[in-house]
Write a protein that binds this ligand. Sequence first.
Ligand code: ZN
Length: 292
Amino acid sequence: MGAITLTKHYDSEQLQHDLRKLNKVYDFIKVQTIGYSVLGEPLLELVMGEGEKRVHWNGAFHANEWITTPLLLKVVEEYAEGIIHGRQLEMELFSSTRLSVVPMVNPDGVNLFMHGSEIAKGFKELVNRANHNHVNFTSWKANIRGVDLNNQFPAHWEVEKKRKPQEPNFRDYPGESSLSEPEAKALFDLTQNSNFDRVLAFHSQGEVIYWGYQNQEPSQAESVVGAFKAVSGYEPVHTIDSYAGYKDWFIQDYKREGYTVEVGKGINPLPWSTFYNHLKKVKSICFKSLDL
Ligand SMILES: [Zn+2]
């Protein structure tokens, strides 16, 4: 029996439950709160490893890409099992790296996707308008205020502000100012305080990995993303016409490696039945990100 509950109803309550369980079964996994969402849900970070190299993974920046949350947790669980069983690779990774994971950056958005506008409290009217009055929220990516959290970071935010939606929307609205949303600000603060050497943001879909930003990425990024491709088949893409994302800001400010990994192929939300098809590839990228 695994500690992770594999369910297509993976909301923030399920995440809290599973993180408590992970921490109980594997006492070397620490869980801490790095902030709170607009609706007061805890933003949770899991930490493990005793090494120098600092690697960060995050998932569910976008609500309808929530499958990235249980995927990352399952990878963590398999990593932890390896340590319990004394497997060499996992033992080596544990002693050489310190891993930080924020599995669900956008818990309010995920809850909205799962349960509808009933959970939106004072934002019910806003989310219905931002969702163009569709009954279900299957296309919803934003947080509960209709702000796209991956359009919030101070990396040419003004460019997106000009050309993206001008009001709260189910996707793409960059907000009134950069880092206006507590979820983006929490990730920003965590990153500023954590001295990460390498960050991977997991989204869906496309089976591609974005690895550059305005040629400010370090030179090793190209060979590392090549290694990701070798183990997963995911295609490296240097840059696209996009700004203000988490990895954009990370590369710009730190000149270190930042990757956006687009999991799976199809239409968001990826069907739950495809979970195990993605797990192997995601795990291979995750392990490589610790190993290299
Ligand atoms: Zn996304």
